[in-house]
Ligand binder design. Sequence first.
Ligand code: PEP
Ligand code: MG
Length: 756
Amino acid sequence: MAGAVGGPRVLLRKLREVMAEQVTAQQRLDMIVVLIASNMVAEVCSVYLMRPTNELELFATEGLKPTAVHKTRLRVGEGLIGDIASHARPLNLADAQSHPGFAYRPETGEEVYKSLMGVPVLRSGRVVGVLAVQNRTKRNYTEEEVEALQTVAMVLAEVVAAGDLINLNELDGATQTQRRPLHIAASPFAEGIALGHAVMHEPRVHVTRLIAEDVDVELERLEQSVYQLRGSIDDMLETEDLSHAGDHREVLQAYRMFANDRGWLQRMSEAVRTGLTAEAAVERVQNDTRARLLRAADPYLRDRLHDFDDLANRLLRQLTGVKLSSASGNLPNDTILIARNMGPAELLDYDKVRLRALVLEEGAANAHVAIVARALGIVTVGRADAILDSIDTGDAIIVDGDAGDVYIRPTSDIIDAYSEKARFRARKQEQYQAIRHEPSVTSDGEPVALYVNAGLQVDLRHLHESGAEGIGLFRTELQFMVAAKLPSLKDQIELYTAVLDAAGDHPTVFRTLDVGGDKMLPYMDVAAFKEENPALGWRAIRIGLDRPALLRHQLRALLTAAAGRSLRVMFPMVAEVAEFKRARAFVDKELARLKKFGHPVPAHLEIGTMLEVPSLVWQLDTLLPLVDFVSVGSNDLMQFLFAVDRGNSRVSNRYDLLSPATLGFLRFIVTKCRAHNVPVTLCGEMSGRPLEAMALVGLGFRRISMSPAAIGPVKMMVRSLPAGLLETFMEGLYGLPDASVREQLADFAADHGVVI
Ligand code: PEP
Ligand code: MG
């Protein structure tokens, strides 16, 4: 049986010589087919390249009739060559002509050749052509020969790309959908419109050094890098900070498993032994994975293949020294960042000035990266299905954070429409700016205080820019989440002092740590957090009461920072009056301690609670006499009321908050608070949406707290609202049997000129 002459290494060495010659790409291709044919002892070697028409055109051949070159074309799926392209997998046939897929092309003169071995030519997992050898006799090509041909196909892909033999950007079929304008319906996470260019958070590495000079050196490099990769994943799992919590941890665990997969390393080592550099070998194996990934319909399988793909990317970055985009420093001014998912700390590593938008393939609206993105005013969408496979660095992209739409390589009419939309938004922003210092009072004279939600130092400027009354919710956990280690007492005092300094006379409500569940802290016992239902688990005040050191430290920091001024503190996730009492007792203890040591204390202190667990609503008569204020956390309250996971997009919008159930429930709270003369605020996401905010005013809320960007639109709404009329109108809604009264409220707004 015939075999390769001198093996793949000799072939690769000769290929390197061909690559170095000063010839055109077509000439190079012609030389390569001759070389392969003689090295593999084949009578025929042909290269077919993909055309934008989704056809494979014969570009070069040794053995078939030269007149067929640039004439013979096969559709993807047609004949054996088309079969290889459509499945992106090799074919190895001793008796090709008896294969049902065989398509005979008389102009090529191939009728005399019995056996065929062909492999796809892949670039970044996309089929750009097919490379095939044929023999007259019924020949059984060995697995090694198939491997060798695949390796050569990789070098060929570079010749094709470097020589502009075909326009890779125009390819059709599976490939061209990658380059065509594409619309992805994603989920809106942070509002706004952004036009810009894609930057991959984890950039793809294009390997240019393909052929090994010294195979042993390359094997050593590969092994070293896999070793380092395994080490870095172990490190990440051990010191995993909050930015890598939740889902990410599972991903890392899967990574660890795959990184230790022997088959994977073996396949890469074999590729090196055929004469490739370590990085080319990683890419060779990755190409196979990508090709399978692009065709896998099973979501579970896709996830697993994604893991391998991510791992290969890490390896490639390690081997070539390519860094994450945040570290590269040269971002375009209109960067739209694309990532599978990321933690808040990773986002904070980017230069905010250049960042227009963030697009996540995964993620959830209330995930911390989304909260941080909102705080930073970065337009964000998530759950952008398969975006990583559809986009490349530098592609034009439009992100609509209001509707959740993503347009990749948009057509000019989409660009025009969105440019207009962006201008419209800018004009609106000007209008909001114009009323920044105007009072937030309804058209019939009812003041409605608007506050901002905050949690990072970068948020503080929004307080003044937005013209809000104060900070209605300061989420203290964000400092803990973005830090790599537990913030010290001093760190906490510094932040709280900065917040109070920036707020000046504007009231600020600090909420004590709301961590646990999915908001993991690295310095806590991770095993204790493995929970089936984290939202219902050991979190927030439950941790504070069970492990009081953390809570007491935080209270000490707050009391110290507010020395001589006003301090407002509230507790998250309180479910019963007894919990509030115990938490409050810690404040008194810390206060007494400071006084005992002669430290200054706040001049004025108010202690309240979040109202976000339904059980507490049924204890208002006993709770309210004990608190200075309450703040309704509608995100959690509604999650528990309707039993819908707020982070699960399949159900989170299933029930309308503008329903008799919600409104009646909130009305009950307002009535109780009024009767007890206790101020009540609502600080969930619903207060930032004008129609929802209108309903809240109609229910009797006179304080609402929201993301800073919502202040303008909500104030516009307030100033145009006849609150008394709405209150009367809403009396008729509470008893309706409808699932939603959104339409009735929208009609009211339209009839009364309320700006929504
Ligand atoms: C809420 O639950 O509504 C709330 C404001 O708190 P968080 O979103 O931080 O849970
Ligand atoms: Mg909450």
